[in-house]
Each structure stands twice: as C-alpha cells, then as structure tokens.
Design a protein around this ligand. Structure first.
Ligand SMILES: NC(=O)c1ccc[n+]([C@@H]2O[C@H](COP(=O)([O-])OP(=O)(O)OC[C@H]3O[C@@H](n4cnc5c(N)ncnc54)[C@H](OP(=O)(O)O)[C@@H]3O)[C@@H](O)[C@H]2O)c1
Length: 280
C-alpha cells in the first residue's frame, strides 16, 4: 500500500459540483479526513445544507459559495472567498460536469458546445484561477475525467471528446506545473451511482448506460479519489470495468473496436422511446 504523503488535515480543498454525486461524497470524505472544504455549485440551498451538515457533525469545517463554473467572475469570487476565509487553497477539484448522449450525426452543435463550455473551458478557467493559490501552497489540481477520456464509446461521442480534452490538459499541466510543486491528478471513473445519467442531456431514445450492478457506490469512489490525492498519484482509474476498458484499449484496440461496433445496439437497451426529456 502506498504511504500517505499529503494528508488532508488542515488543508483547504475547493470542490466544484459539490451539490450532488461524486462532488458531494468527496466533500464529506475530505472533511472526515480533517480537510476544510469549500463547496461550489449552482444549487445554493444544497451546498449550504451540506456545509451545515459537515460543520455540525464536527467532521471538519465547510464553506458554501454558490458558483456557476462557466461564469469567470463567479470562479474568481470562489477563489477569493476561500482565500479570505482560510488564507490558502491546497486543493482544487474540477468535478462539475454533465453528459451529452446521442449519435454524433444527430447531435446539435449547440449542445456539443454547451458540453465543452462546462466540462472543458470552465475547468480550464478554474485551473487558471486556482494556479496562483496552488503555487503558494504547493498544492494539487484534481480533474475528474472519466474512462471516456481513455476510450470513446458510442452515443457518448461529445462527452468523451470533452473528457479526452480535459485529460490532455491534465497531462500538459502536470509537466508545466511540476517545477512549482503543484501536482495534477487525473481521475477516470467508470459508472458510478449518482444522478449523472438522469441529468445528462439526451438526443434520441433514452438508453440504459449499463446494468445497475455495474455501478460503484459513490462513497467508495470518493474514498478512492481521496486516497489517490493523499498518496500523490498522477492518475487513478476507478471501477473494475474502467480498468478493463483502459487495458483492452491499450493492448487490443482493434479487437475492442470490433466488439463495441458489433454489440453496441444490443448493449444499449432503450428505456424511454421519447426524446423529449432533457433535450434542448
Ligand atoms: N457518475 C458517473 O458514472 C461518472 C463517471 C465518470 C465521470 N463522471 C464525472 O464526474 C463528475 C461529477 O458527476 P456526478 O456523477 O457526480 O453527476 P451529478 O450527480 O449530476 O453531479 C454533477 C454536479 O456538477 C454540478 N454542475 C454542473 N454544471 C455546473 C456549473 N455550470 N457550475 C457549477 N456546478 C455545475 C452540479 O451542480 P449544480 O447543478 O447544483 O450546479 C452537480 O453538483 C462529472 O464531471 C462527470 O463527468 C461521472
């Protein structure tokens, strides 16, 4: 087992997308390990309730700052609030994001742009805003990517492209920031049980993403991310099916191409014939 090199105790972590799913679970996990957490998302009531819950449970200190990450002025206000409250930022977790589902041929360009706006450009803007604080703290930037950053999958073309882009930025930033003592962690989860798939924007019939038994509980995912931060990992793939996909892509991409192309219509079960939900 890798030793803990960067314990959370006393460190300040900003987590975007903390109002639900992975961000919410990661905020609880960081706080339970002694970190001070700054919760950012658009749903102010949800992050304020979570901040109260964390503080009341004596599991650490928490601050909620309502933030739309696509708004640069709100991102700067978030950083200022954290610096003003605790005088430092050790960890910035780029977690806010959503999925766009549908065949690439049919996806409106507007929707693809919207996906890039949140999953890529906002994450980059957050990184640019956080780097001066992270440099002072010799801290860590965490990008929540996906196994879709390592292997594109049918119907998830736009989403996979956003995560590939974020993955590339992580690699470049890791090299650019190493001399400043800033670490960059790429997190590549497989299917995690959150509201992600309900919240995704969909074109065409609504399909199941995978059987329920495949989804990892979000608390377990948060523990693995926290552990990867503490041990100074550069990349972590979460879930066994994520590992399998990444390995198959590395050693036998052509076989994987054929398997996916031959089976995807059978594998993606249509659960809702109407395309109306969440479609712009
Ligand atoms: N669940 C999975 O299977 C899975 C797998 C791989 C990767 N991921 C990645 O994990 C991250 C978290 O997803 P999740 O599974 O936890 O989904 P989720 O439950 O839908 O949570 C998404 C979070 O992102 C926030 N968000 C979205 N747009 C935002 C914006 N413009 N400004 C600020 N916050 C915004 C939402 O908060 P508000 O709506 O309150 O703003 C929410 O807190 C995403 O980047 C996703 O791509 C998820």
């Amino acid at each position: 087992m890798l030793p803990v090199k960067y314990p959370f105790r006393g460190r300040v972590a900003i987590i975007t997308g903390a109002s639900s799913g992975i961000g919410e679970a990661l905020a609880r996990e960081c706080a339970s390990r002694g970190g001070k957490v700054v919760l950012a998302a658009r749903s102010a009531a949800k992050i304020e309730a979570l901040a109260r819950e964390i503080s009341a449970a004596g599991r650490g200190d928490a601050l909620a700052v309502a933030t739309d990450v696509t708004q640069p002025d709100q991102v700067r206000r978030l950083l200022d609030a954290a610096e003003h409250h605790w005088g430092r930022v050790d960890l910035f977790v780029n977690n806010a994001g959503f999925g766009v589902w549908g065949p690439i041929e049919k996806l409106p360009m507007e929707l693809i742009r919207e996906n890039f706006e949140t999953n890529v450009f906002a994450a980059l803007d957050c990184a640019q805003a956080a780097i001066p604080s992270l440099r002072r703290a010799r801290g860590c930037l965490v990008n929540i990517e996906s196994v879709a950053a390592l292997r594109g999958l049918p119907l998830a073309g736009a989403y996979a492209a956003t995560k590939h882009a974020l993955h590339a930025f992580s690699e470049c930033l890791r090299a650019e920031l190493a001399a400043d003592g800033i670490r960059v962690l790429s997190v590549c989860p497989g299917i995690i049980s959150t509201h992600f798939h309900e919240n995704r924007k969909q074109i065409g019939p609504r399909t199941e993403t995978g059987p329920d038994w495949l989804a990892m509980p979000v608390e377990k995912c948060a523990r693995q991310i926290a552990r990867a931060i503490e041990t100074g990992r550069r990349q972590v793939i979460i879930t066994w099916h994520g590992w399998f996909l990444a390995l198959a892509q590395r050693i036998a991409p052509r076989i994987l191409d054929r398997l996916i192309a031959a089976n995807y219509r059978r594998l993606v079960r249509v659960v809702e014939p109407s395309a109306s939900r969440k479609t712009p």
